[in-house]
Design a protein around this ligand. Structure first.
Ligand SMILES: Cc1cc2nc3c(=O)[nH]c(=O)nc-3n(C[C@H](O)[C@H](O)[C@H](O)COP(=O)(O)OP(=O)(O)OC[C@H]3O[C@@H](n4cnc5c(N)ncnc54)[C@H](O)[C@@H]3O)c2cc1C
Ligand code: FES
Length: 730
C-alpha cells in the first residue's frame, strides 16, 4: 500500500509538473502572440527581453523550488516572450523579473511554497485552463476575446479547479510564468497553446480554428522576429558589440522557440498528428526525459551483450575452481586424519605433474596384500580369526637363550605401523615352503600391543623341527616372512579381572610376556603373579627384563622354578611347579589363571592346581603343540590304522575319506584333496570350522568355537575325531 501510494504521488507530481510547465510555456508563447509583444522593446524592455532566460528560468526555478518538483530545467520556448511582454508593460517589475529573487521578494509567500509541497495533485494533466482564463477575462476582456473560451476547458481549467481559492489563482500565475501579482494584473497574456494541444481531439471546430490561427500567428511572429534579430546581430558584428551580439543571439533562440511551438501546433492540426503526443514530446524534450522504451535496445542472444556473457563465464569458472579446491582439500584432510588414526605414515601430497605432463605413478607393491609405498595403510582391526594376510620384514633378530631367538617383525616398508592390531596373548601363523610343501606354524606375539610399529616372535629351536629350524638357521634381518593373523582368545589386557596369575613353562612364556609387558606399559595396578618353570638358568627367557620390570612395578611378582639348575648360586625354587608353591600365591583359588607351555608341563600343573581345589575349567590355557604330522599329514597313517578307519563323507565336495583312529577330519580332508582352511591346527584360531551333518566327533581343544557354534553343530576340523561314520559340509 505504501509503495502504491508513493508511486501514485510520483505520478501526480510528474503530471502536475507537466501541467505547470505546459502552462508556463504556453503563457510565454501566448505572450509572444499577444499584441503587447509588438511594442518595440525599449532599453528597459530590451534589457529585460535580452534576458529572457533569466526571467523564464527564474520563474521556472522558483516554481520548481516552491513545489519541490523537478521544474528547474530549461524554460519553455515561449516563456521568455511572455516575460518580455510582461516586462514591457510593467517596467518596474521587469527588473525583478529579470533577476532571480528570493521567493518572498517575488511576492510569493514562502508559506505558500511550503503548503504546495503537500498539495494533492492527483488530477490528470489539466486539459483546459478555462478557470484561469475566465478569471483573466474578467480583468482583460480584450485578451479574453482573443483567447477562445474553450481554452478554459483545458489545462488551466483543470488546474484552476483543482487549486481552488487563492492557491488556485496563485498556481495559475505560476503556471503562466508570472510572479507575485504581476500576472494578476495582466492576464491578457495568457494564451495557452500546448495545454490546448493536450485536449485537441476534443476541441470543437471553432476552438480548433482558433488554435490554428494562434499557431499560424506564432510562426509568423517568430519568423519576423528572427529576421529582425538577424539584422540586429549583423550590425552588432560590424560594431564589434559582442554584448549586443550575445543579446541578439539569446533573443533569436527565443524567437525560434516561438516559431517552433507554432509550427508543432499547426502540423498537429494539419497532418492529423496526435496533439497530445506532440505536447508530451515537447515536455520530454524540455525536461530532458528519455523514452524508457528506446534507451536500452536489446541486442545479442537473449538481449545480453558479449561482455555480459564473458563476465558470466569468468564468474562460473571461478566458482568451479573454488569447488574443485574445496573437494581436493577435503580429500587431503580425510587422508591425513585416517593416517593419524592408523599410525601409518602420512601420504605425501600429490606432487605437481612433471613438465612432460605424465604424473609419477606410485611404486607398486611387490607383495600381495601389502600396500605400495606411499599408500595409506589401514590397520586390520583386532580379530580372533585373523583378517590380515601378508608379509612382514624381519627388522631384528635377538638371541635370547642358546635355543631361543626373537624375530622382530616390522612392516615391509620398515617404517610406520603394523598392518594389523592385536591384543596381548594373540599369535600369528607363519607359512614357509619346505620340500615343495607349504608348512604353517603358529607363534605367539611376545611384545606389547603398545608397540605399533613392530611385533616380536620368540621361537625355540626344536630339534629336527621344520619351521623353527628354518627360522633359526636361515632367516636373517631384512628377510620377508609370509604371515597371517592375529588369532586366539588367550588374551589378558587388565579388563578381564583385577588381578591375574600367569603359569608358564619354557617358550610358553611368550603370550604371558606380551600381557606382562602390556600391563606394565599401562601401569596397570592389579596384582600380577608369574610362576615360570624352566630347565636351568640359561634357558630362562626374558630373565633380565622380568627382574627389571618386577623392580619397577611392585604389583608384579615373578617366581622362577628351575628343574635342572646345577649351580648352587641359584637360591630360588627348584624342581617343578607344585601345589605347595602355587598355594603361596595370595587368593589363587579365586583369581584368574592363565597357563601356557609344553604339553607335559601343562598336564603336571593342572594336576597341582586340582590339588588346590581349583576348578580346572576356569583355567585359561594354550598348548604349544606342534602338529603331529607335517604336510601331507595323511601319509603317515599306517595300513593297520586304515583298516580300523571309519568313513568321513565330504558332502559338498562329493568325496569320501577313511578316518583312522586318532586322525582328525582336517587330516582326512587333506588326503583326498578337500580344501579346508587352517592356521594353528591346535583348536585355537577357529579357521578350520565346518558343519557336522551327521554322526558324532570329539575335540581335545575347542577354544576356537563360540557357544553359538557349539549349539549349531559347528566343529573344528583340526580337532575333530570320530569313532563312527560321519558326514560334514565341506
Ligand atoms: C598357539 C600356538 C602358539 C605357539 N607359540 C610358540 C612360540 O611362541 N614359540 C615357539 O617356539 N613355539 C610356539 N608354538 C609351537 C610352534 O608352533 C611349533 O609347534 C614349534 O615351533 C615346532 O615346530 P617345527 O616345525 O619347528 O617342528 P616340527 O617339524 O613340527 O616338529 C616338532 C617336533 O616334533 C618332532 N616330530 C616331527 N614329526 C614327527 C613325527 N612324525 N613323529 C615323532 N616326532 C615328530 C620333531 O622332531 C620336533 O622335535 C606355538 C604353537 C601354538 C599352537
Ligand atoms: S586350525 Fe586353528 S582351530 Fe583348527
Amino acid at each position: 500500500m505504501l509503495t502504491e501510494g508513493f508511486v501514485g504521488w510520483k505520478r501526480v507530481a510528474a503530471l502536475a509538473t507537466l501541467a505547470m510547465l505546459l502552462a508556463h510555456g504556453a503563457a510565454g508563447a501566448q505572450s509572444a502572440a499577444d499584441p503587447h509583444a509588438a511594442h518595440p522593446p525599449d532599453k528597459t524592455g530590451g534589457t529585460t527581453a535580452a534576458q529572457p532566460d533569466a526571467a523564464g528560468t527564474s520563474s521556472a526555478r522558483d516554481s520548481g523550488s516552491m513545489a519541490g518538483m523537478p521544474m528547474g530545467t530549461t524554460p519553455p520556448a515561449g516563456a521568455p516572450m511572455g516575460d518580455d511582454d510582461h516586462a514591457a508593460h510593467h517596467p518596474d517589475k521587469a527588473g525583478s523579473m529579470a533577476v532571480p529573487q528570493p521567493a518572498p521578494a517575488d511576492g510569493m509567500p514562502a508559506q505558500s511554497s511550503s503548503s504546495m509541497n503537500g498539495m494533492p495533485m492527483s488530477a490528470t494533466p489539466p486539459a483546459d485552463a478555462s478557470a484561469g482564463d475566465d478569471d483573466h477575462a474578467a480583468h482583460h476582456p480584450d485578451a479574453t476575446a482573443s483567447m477562445p473560451a474553450s481554452s478554459g476547458a483545458s489545462m488551466a481549467g483543470s488546474m484552476g479547479g483543482m487549486m481552488a481559492g487563492s492557491m488556485g489563482g496563485m498556481m495559475d500565475d505560476m503556471m503562466r510564468g508570472c510572479r507575485g501579482d504581476e500576472c494578476g494584473r495582466d492576464r491578457r497574456l495568457n494564451k495557452l497553446l500546448y495545454p490546448q494541444l493536450m485536449a485537441l481531439p476534443d476541441l470543437p471546430p471553432e476552438r480548433r480554428a482558433s488554435v490554428e490561427q494562434l499557431a499560424h500567428h506564432r510562426m509568423h511572429e517568430g519568423i519576423q522576429l528572427l529576421a529582425s534579430l538577424s539584422s540586429e546581430a549583423s550590425h552588432a558584428v560590424q560594431r564589434n558589440d559582442y554584448g549586443g551580439l550575445q543579446e541578439a543571439s539569446d533573443r533569436m533562440r527565443v524567437a525560434w522557440g516561438e516559431f517552433d511551438s507554432g509550427l508543432s501546433a499547426y502540423r498537429a492540426l494539419a497532418e492529423g498528428q496526435a496533439p497530445r503526443g506532440i505536447a508530451l514530446a515537447w515536455f520530454r524534450r524540455e525536461m530532458n526525459l528519455t523514452d524508457p522504451l528506446t534507451t536500452a535496445p536489446a541486442h545479442g542472444v537473449f538481449g545480453l551483450s558479449g561482455f555480459h556473457y564473458f563476465t558470466m563465464a569468468l564468474l562460473l569458472a571461478f566458482a568451479l575452481l573454488a569447488a574443485w579446491m574445496y573437494v581436493a582439500r577435503t580429500r587431503r584432510t580425510n587422508a591425513v586424519l585416517a593416517t593419524l588414526r592408523t599410525g601409518a605414515p602420512v601420504p605425501p601430497a600429490p606432487a605437481a605433474a612433471p613438465r612432460s605432463g605424465v604424473a609419477p605413478a606410485p611404486a607398486a607393491s611387490v607383495f600381495p596384500g601389502v600396500p605400495a609405498e606411499g599408500e595409506p595403510q589401514a590397520r586390520a582391526p583386532v580379530s580372533t580369526m585373523g583378517g590380515w594376510v601378508g608379509k612382514l620384514r624381519v627388522a631384528r633378530v635377538f638371541q635370547e637363550t642358546p635355543k631361543v631367538k626373537t624375530f622382530r617383525l616390522a612392516p615391509v616398508e620398515g617404517v610406520g605401523a603394523l598392518p594389523f592390531e592385536f591384543e596381548p596373548g594373540q599369535f600369528l601363523t607363519l607359512s614357509v615352503h619346505s620340500g615343495g610343501n607349504q608348512v604353517k606354524r603358529s607363534y605367539s606375539i611376545a611384545s606389547s600391543p603398545c608397540c605399533h610399529g613392530w611385533c616380536d616372535l620368540t621361537v625355540k629351536h626344536e630339534s629336527g623341527g621344520i619351521v623353527s629350524g628354518y627360522l633359526h638357521e636361515q632367516v636373517k634381518e631384512g628377510d620377508l616372512l609370509d604371515a597371517s593373523g592375529p588369532y586366539g582368545r588367550f588374551t589378558f589386557r587388565g579388563v578381564e579381572s583385577d588381578s591375574v596369575v600367569f603359569l608358564g613353562g619354557g617358550v610358553g612364556i611368550t603370550p604371558l610376556m606380551s600381557s606382562i609387558r602390556y600391563l606394565t606399559d599401562q601401569s596397570w595396578n592389579g596384582r600380577i603373579d608369574l610362576v615360570y618353570a624352566c630347565k636351568d638358568l640359561e634357558s630362562v627367557i626374558f630373565r633380565d627384563e622380568l627382574n627389571q620390570l618386577a623392580r619397577r612395578h611392585p604389583n608384579l611378582h615373578v617366581s622362577i622354578v628351575l628343574s635342572d639348575e646345577s649351580s648352587a648360586a641359584w637360591t630360588g625354587p627348584r624342581g617343578f611347579i607344585t601345589a605347595e608353591l602355587l598355594g603361596q600365591i595370595p587368593q589363587i583359588r579365586s583369581r584368574r589363571i592363565h597357563l601356557c607351555g609344553p604339553s607335559v608341563m601343562m598336564d603336571a600343573v593342572r594336576n597341582e592346581l586340582g590339588k588346590l581345589g581349583i576348578d580346572l575349567a576356569s583355567v585359561h590355557s594354550e598348548l604349544f603343540l606342534s602338529p603331529s604330522r607335517t604336510v601331507p599329514p595323511g601319509l603317515e597313517v599306517s595300513a593297520g590304522d586304515t583298516a580300523t578307519a571309519v568313513t568321513c563323507s565330504f558332502e559338498r565336495s562329493g568325496k569320501k575319506a577313511p578316518l583312522a583312529a586318532g586322525q582328525t577330519v582336517l587330516e582326512a580332508a587333506e588326503e583326498v584333496g578337500v580344501p579346508i582352511e587352517y592356521a594353528c591346527r591346535q583348536g585355537y584360531c577357529g579357521l578350520c570350522k565346518i558343519k557336522l551333518l551327521s554322526g558324532e566327533v570329539t575335540m581335545d581343544v575347542d577354544d576356537g568355537l563360540t557357544p553359538l557354534d557349539r549349539s549349531s553343530g559347528v566343529i573344528l576340523a583340526c580337532q575333530a575325531k570320530a569313532s563312527a561314520d560321519i558326514s560334514v559340509d565341506a
